[in-house]
Write a protein that binds this ligand. Structure first.
Ligand code: GLA
Length: 693
């Protein structure tokens, strides 16, 4: 259980400030009708809770908390700090954030605060303390919801207060030694050396490319500055109510915040997920995000804190979810380890920037189709209560390192088009098609639970973490590394080898991968380079076999798009070659036996064709449930959650055709949603099979 509430949580953000009090009782009664078990309260209540600097008004929230308690609905109580009131901003205008080109952002939206501002932090923690002291013992309180979506709208601030905080952060990082900073930033370049920390400013708009070391530290600092806000509020809550779990809602795989650092301070990881109903592959990226959320909590169940019941209001075109999609996508989150499905928001707003955003209770009220779906889904979720607390096992891991991500996507690289998330997604999509669940791991993780470790890109890797990967392979692990990896160390300095005598790319990964890279050969947009796999070249028979073993639409001739490399093998053998262009005849993919394990290096962006490499690396190494393997390629996503006594197989048909389940379903299996053993799955249908262990 992630909170004291039994079963799977069901609910939404509730914004009672937007409604007269007479509506509240009606709302809470309707919540009961819909099977709501928890609401998130107070996310944007600062202006109501503290109408003036020395004035507090809790009476209305007291009444609401009591009302929820009287109806047995738990409260995920927000600390309300995401949107400071107008009086605060006018009294302390220096707390408004400033952009890189010096524009101070105005009041009138939300998230208008400088993360480094001591004035803001003090006000936010004072608010958190007042709320915690008032409601810490309230029986409705189940979870603390700190702030709301840190880094939404404003991820960094360039004001003078932030500049001073940046200098303090740098002094700490470099032991107050400016020479160390100059070295880390490569400051001899373009005469950028500093003689005092006082000379340093944030990377504000400058005439040309900004020092990459400065930018990388700025990204680290900006993530840490927001983290400090979170920790300040958290420590107050932990002091007043040590037993109440805390969370802050993440924004899926978000580049700006190093969520490994954040999640370490949460009892519950929660996520806000907004896959686009107009995108037919959105469920794959969603699965990837949910696997990340589970991994951030070390495998514990997590909480879907927000999703739209139907359309959002912030895309150019806001396509609604079909009723089937709404149910399917909601249950996908539970399949991948969520112990609750929460929404933004309960009642559709009548005014404000989000009045066209869908809600559990639409503008059309209880007469609407949306409301009927809200009630129906509440009933279904209640049938899955016993799934709460069960876990997912995976033997495949993907390495995700925010520091490397930030360094990779800096300016003035061989190609500006390399994007980590896209790269991870193209590899992840293959595993998703095969019904392999993936764990994400940080670069210094213990890799022993995994049969296969994938690093679609590890541009920046320390020699220590590279040794970890080498040891893992030496001990029998399988490792697949993507292009442009092992290039720089933690300082974003090119790996030079121990004695500085060179040695080439991919730096400390050369030995385990058995290759050297002479030069990168990025491929301009609109062009591609053909790649032939040795197995295919050797026999037409094998080629035919391969063609049949991959899903429909698979390329006959694999191609590299965007990126290729002048690659040589040392101890590895080439398993694919470039067959045209400047690199014709040179290795494109290499495989190296190393100790008891095996490592692959993929020197180009194969897009979906990465399937050919992963087929070699992953499929022989991993045993996965027969139900999952028999439905691979069928468009049915299969995920198994396990408790001590049972397996729960979630079967999610993302396709638009009915799928015959035939003999795939064990005889004793029962679909918890229907009470019987299913023989087929309707288009967009879901089954949750309970099978004894
Ligand atoms: C975010 C926010 C919510 C709301 C929704 C709308 O997730 O946390 O307050 O704005 O987006 O989609």
């Amino acid at each position: 259980m992630i909170t004291r509430v039994e079963g799977l949580l069901y609910g939404a953000d509730y914004n009672p400030e937007q409604w007269p009090e007479s509506v509240w009782t009606q709302d809470v009664n309707l919540m009961r009708d819909a099977g709501v078990t928890m609401v998130t309260l107070g996310v944007f209540s600062w202006a109501r809770l503290q109408p003036a600097e020395n004035e507090w008004d809790f009476a209305w929230l007291d009444r609401l908390m009591d009302l929820f308690d009287s109806r047995g609905i738990a409260v995920d109580l927000a600390t309300a700090s995401a949107s400071p009131p107008a009086w605060f901003v006018r009294r302390y205008p220096e707390t408004l954030p400033v952009t890189a080109d010096g524009v101070r952002l105005e009041f009138g939206s939300r998230q208008h605060y400088c993360p480094s501002s001591p004035v803001y932090r003090e006000a936010a923690t004072k608010l958190a303390r007042a709320i915690a002291e008032r409601y810490g013992e309230h029986p409705a309180l189940a979870l603390w919801h700190i702030h709301n979506e840190y880094g939404d709208h404003v991820t960094e601030c360039f004001c003078d207060v932030s500049a001073a905080d940046f200098r303090r952060w740098l002094r700490e990082r470099y032991g107050d030694d400016i020479a160390q900073l100059n070295f880390a930033w490569g400051a001899e370049f373009w005469s950028q050396r500093y003689s005092d920390f006082a000379q340093i400013e944030p990377p504000r708009k400058a005439p040309g490319p900004i020092n990459p070391g400065q930018l990388l530290d700025w990204r680290r600092f900006s993530s840490d500055a927001l983290l400090a806000c979170f920790l300040a509020e958290r420590s107050v809550l932990k002091e007043v109510t040590p037993e109440i779990p805390v969370t802050t809602n993440f924004m899926s795989m978000m580049k700006d915040l190093d969520y490994w650092k954040w999640a370490a301070h949460e009892e519950v990881v929660s996520d806000d997920a907004y896959p686009d109903p107009a995108d037919s592959t959105a469920h794959v990226q969603a699965a990837m995000n949910y696997d990340l959320m589970r991994s951030l909590g070390g495998g514990k169940p997590w909480l879907l804190m927000e999703q739209a019941p139907s359309a959002v209001s912030w895309r150019d075109v806001n396509v609604p979810k079909t009723p089937e999609q709404r149910r399917l996508w909601s249950l996908q989150t539970v399949a991948r380890g969520a112990d609750g499905v929460m929404h933004f928001q309960w009642r559709a707003s009548r005014a404000g920037a989000e009045k066209f955003h869908s809600a559990l209770l639409p503008h059309g009220g209880t007469q609407s189709r949306g409301w009927r779906e809200t009630v129906r889904f509440g009933e279904e979720l209640a049938k899955l209560g016993e799934v709460a607390g069960s876990r997912i096992e995976s033997t495949v891991a993907i390495v995700l390192d925010w520091n490397s991500w930030w360094a990779l996507e800096a300016e003035d690289h061989p190609s500006a088009r390399v994007r980590l998330k896209e790269q991870i997604l193209s590899w992840y999509s293959v595993l998703h098609r095969w019904n392999h669940v993936v764990d994400f791991v940080p670069p210094d993780a213990d890799l022993s639970p995994y049969k296969v470790v994938l690093a679609p890109n590890l541009y920046s890797v320390s020699t220590e973490n590279a040794s970890r990967l080498s040891d893992y392979v030496y001990g029998g692990g399988y490792l697949v590394v993507g292009y442009f990896s092992g290039i720089v160390d933690e300082l974003d300095h090119i790996h030079q080898g121990v004695d500085g005598s060179g040695g080439g790319y991919p730096g400390p990964l050369r030995e385990v991968l058995g290759v050297t890279v002479d030069e990168w050969w990025p491929i301009p947009a609109g062009r591609s380079v053909e790649v032939a796999f040795v197995a295919d070249e050797e026999s037409t028979q094998a080629k035919k076999k391969h063609r049949h073993s991959y899903s429909a639409g698979y390329h006959r001739t694999p191609v590299a798009l965007g990126w290729s490399e002048w690659l040589s093998t040392t101890t590895a053998r080439a398993v694919a070659h470039y067959t045209d262009g400047a690199l014709k005849g040179r290795p494109a993919v290499a495989c190296n036996d190393f100790g008891d394990g095996r490592a692959w290096y993929v020197s180009c962006d194969l897009g979906g064709d990465i399937e050919k490499v992963l087929a070699e690396a992953v499929r022989p190494a991993v045993v996965w449930p027969s139900l999952a393997s028999s439905l691979a390629f069928s468009g049915v996503e299969v995920v198994c959650r396990s408790s001590e006594s049972h397996h729960y197989y979630f079967l999610l048909n993302h396709g638009d055709k009915q799928v015959d389940l035939g003999s795939a379903v064990p005889y004793s299996a029962v679909n918890l949603l229907t009470g019987s053993r299913p023989t087929h799955l309707a288009a967009q249908g879901v089954a949750v099979l309970k099978v004894g262990r």
